[in-house]
Design a binder for this molecule. Structure first.
Ligand code: FAD
Length: 742
């Protein structure tokens, strides 16, 4: 995972790159040179794209450039129609290939059919798209913007990057960022040949065109490339002869380099039999020179003040869209010996304006676990300051571009509140965070290992010991005991605690004033960090919350809870994933496991509508459901059979992946789809029907998609590519819809 930009500052134990960096900086800081500008635009849903964009803007100064940075929603602040400087886009994709909320308007605007084919002929841009191949429409927002800018005459000055969160964004992000600077500098050469009268970004309209007063860019670019090829072995000797003016960056590098030099020189070969681990590396990594990310510029100042008022210790309720509602019932849908535990919760929303539709989901605001918060407070030595109010301000001397106070931390929060409700303390630390932790680590061996983990050379170790192990901040601080980060660094680097979305599993027609949802309790297997294993943050918390009132599968309700536990929730309407407005349209629903949730809502609604409108013709409904065992985890079994009995569900196709007596039959939902290929194709291709898929994004949704491609190809005698196009157009028409998660 990458958040802060991992730029490649050349930082070498043998000082070998120092000369090169120094000369590059000198070249771009000639006295007569005015820093050149470029524009960074980001479209971010959960902060990743914003964080990368901010990293680019932060680094610009060190590259002798000036970045203006804006969110794509801030259309009053930039003007692409008049933009003559290079533009860098960093955009993520959300949901079913949708643009982030903040980019919707921008995407809509550039899609306008009235725009001329040369509308953006003046635009020189580079684009980094973030996505996740576990979901359909990988990097769709980035691809859409890119394609549309191309159609409108825009020109790439650098190849587009598509980073995949499914395998680690940094695999693409890091090299992309590394090459970006040369590309931007190269772009100036090309753009210098543009007629000056065409200049006119928003900035240009207010200030003179700066390009007239800069050195010929091609000179410096060429020099830069040549310098990069300098023999590294000469560098150290030559660096001592360099003239006096040394930039802060060079100093930082020099300090870091010498630090690393000592560690590398002191590295003692580990005793035979020692294995690599989070805290220990083996040659060649332990002996190699490292390229590490730039130190993220600090930007927050934190003061802890004795609290004067008692603060309530619960989640933010500031937004009117957040409702605190009681949990009115909790049922375990799976048997006690099932591999997964699925719970069905009912929320009493009768006193709240939460008008939901089947297909919608909603967010649950959950806290970090008390025990983990307490451990963190202790580890940071802040146990006596728990109830202090945290006062945040921006550092006056910060080099961070567009530095802002984190909007998700309410003013005057106590330290305990901050750790409990605001920060995702279990999140996997990004490389930039590790880089910053190096500076707070006293022990030289631990320092070196942290450097390795955030370095380019240590990428495989980072993936193995940090990312794939879901290592959190606490685990890291336990492993590196001499690391003592200041609170300000944690607030800067630990992301916002995200609410967890859940699909509504009811219809308000059938359950007025109530909202149902179903979830599997996420279980992390035991490992050296958590010998007893651990539960997912939200599902584990919900489980503990409802434990005293939980009704077990097939047992009568004997619980006697005095006060219903309450949770804070916020509705997330989904305008596409809804039952068809035309009741006669046939629909196919594919939802194994908890993926059946929205379809329970669809079918409850259908049942009610059929009862109330016997004169209406309703289209046929198919549900493809799957689980491991008929008797252990067949969720909503009786209710589904009831829908079949009363005609709301025309076809229920169920398969069991682990029941030996069923092994001859279909094992997974896609196998059942194949068995009913003719009907599915007929519904989709002839009858204007719809197909909905809900549940696991990683395997199921992909397998179902592949099967649909095969079905369409066979039915229409198309090759695979044509069949994929056909499915893509069904998606466009919103007749093939997904609501998937991993
Ligand atoms: P977290 O603490 O956030 O941990 C989950 C993370 O851990 C995931 O990233 C996962 O990849 C990873 N993980 C899971 N198991 C392991 C493991 N064994 N080892 C290592 N890593 C692991 N979920 C439902 O159950 N029902 C729903 O109806 C539902 N609807 C959703 C609707 C939408 C639109 C979306 C986006 C998600 C939905 N989810 C649903 C998923 C849900 O939001 C949560 O992600 C899920 O409940 C886990 O939350 P958690 O806080 O308990 O887990």
């Amino acid at each position: 995972m990458v958040g802060k930009v991992c730029k490649s500052v050349l930082y070498n134990v043998a000082n070998s790159f120092l000369l090169e960096s120094y000369l590059c900086l000198r070249l771009y800081r000639m006295p007569c040179e005015v820093n050149r500008r470029f524009l960074v635009l980001y479209g971010s849903q959960r902060g990743q794209a914003q964080s990368i964009a901010e990293g680019i803007a932060d680094e610009a100064g060190e590259q002798g450039l000036v970045a203006d940075i804006f969110c794509l929603s801030q259309h009053d602040k930039f003007n692409l129609e008049r933009q003559r400087d290079p533009v860098v886009f960093v955009v993520s994709t959300t949901g079913d290939g949708e643009p982030p909320d903040t980019s919707l308007k921008f995407v809509k605007n550039i899609k306008k059919k009235t725009l001329a084919a040369d509308h953006y002929a003046h635009l020189h841009y580079a684009l980094l798209g973030l996505g996740d191949t576990n979901y359909a429409n990988f990097c769709n927002c980035g691809k859409t913007i890119d394609q549309r800018l191309q159609e409108l005459g825009g020109k790439h000055f650098y190849a587009t990057g598509h980073a995949d969160d499914g395998v680690g964004l940094e695999l693409v992000v890091d090299p992309w960022l590394e090459g970006l600077w040369d590309a931007i500098k190269g772009a100036y050469s090309k753009m210098a040949s543009l007629p000056t009268e065409s200049s006119g970004s928003l900035r240009d309209s207010q200030t003179p065109d700066l390009r007239d007063s800069i050195n010929k860019p091609s000179d410096s670019s060429t020099a830069h490339v040549k310098l990069s090829l300098l023999s590294l072995s000469n560098a150290k000797a030559q660096s001592s002869d360099l003239p006096g003016e040394v930039s802060e960056q060079s100093v930082a590098q020099a300090e870091s380099s010498s630090m690393s030099e000592i560690q590398s020189g002191d590295t003692v070969a580990p005793p035979a039999g020692v294995e690599a681990s989070l805290t220990c590396s083996l040659p060649p990594l332990s002996e190699t020179s490292l390229n590490v990310p730039a130190l993220p510029p600090p930007y927050l100042e934190v003061k802890l003040q004795e609290a004067t008022t008692e603060e309530e210790g619960s989640s933010p309720l500031s937004k009117e869209t957040v409702h605190e509602v009681p949990i009115s019932s909790a049922v375990q849908l799976t048997s006690d010996d099932s591999v997964k535990t699925a719970l069905l919760l009912e929320l009493d929303i009768s006193d709240h304006p939460m008008a939901y539709q089947p297909g919608d989901s909603f967010d649950v605001l959950c806290p970090n676990r008390d025990s983990e918060v307490e451990e963190l407070v202790q580890r940071l030595g802040l146990q006596d300051r728990r109830s202090c109010q945290v006062q945040l301000s921006l550092r006056k001397d910060t080099k961070k571009k567009a530095a802002q106070l984190p909007s998700y931390i309410p003013e005057m929060s106590t330290l305990l509140y901050l750790f409990t409700w605001c920060m995702e303390i279990r999140s996997v630390p990004k490389k930039a965070f590790l880089r910053a932790l190096v500076e707070c680590t006293a022990d030289s061996g631990q320092k070196r290992r942290l450097q390795e983990l955030c370095s380019k050379q240590g990428s495989a170790d980072y993936n193995l010991y940090v990312r794939d192990s879901s290592l959190g901040l606490l685990d890291l601080l336990t492993a590196f005991p001499s690391c003592s980060p200041p609170l300000s660094l944690l607030i800067e680097q630990v992301p916002k605690l995200q609410p967890r979305p859940y699909s509504v599993a009811s219809s308000s027609l059938r359950h007025p004033g109530k909202l149902h949802f179903v979830f599997n309790v996420v279980e992390f297997p035991a490992c050296s960090w958590w010998p007893a294993g651990r539960r997912g943050l939200c599902t584990g918390w919900l489980y503990d919350l409802v434990d005293p009132m939980l009704v077990h599968h097939g047992k009568a309700d004997s619980s006697s809870v005095l006060e219903a536990p309450r949770v804070r929730v916020s509705l997330r309407p989904n305008v596409s994933f809804r039952p068809p407005s035309d009741p006669s349209a046939p629909l196919v629903m594919v939802g194994p496991g908890t993926g059946v949730a929205p379809f329970i809502g669809f079918l409850q609604q259908r049942e009610k509508e059929r009862g109330e409108h016997p004169e209406v013709v309703f289209g046929e409904t198919w549900l493809f459901y799957g689980c491991r065992h008929r008797d252990k985890d067949f969720l909503f079994r009786e209710e589904l059979q009831g829908f079949v009995g009363n005609g709301s569900l025309t076809h229920l196709k169920v398969c069991f992946s682990r029941d030996s007596q069923d092994q001859a039959g279909p094992r997974y939902v896609q196998h059942n789809l194949l068995l009913h290929a003719k009907d599915i194709c007929n519904i989709l291709l002839q009858q204007n029907g719809r197909l909905y898929v809900c549940g696991d994004a990683k395997n199921m949704a992909k397998d179902v998609n592949d099967t649909l491609i095969d079905l369409v190809a066979a039915e229409l005698h198309l090759d695979k590519l044509e069949a994929m196009k056909r499915l893509a157009s069904l998606r466009e028409e919103k007749r093939y819809l997904q609501d998937v998660w991993s």
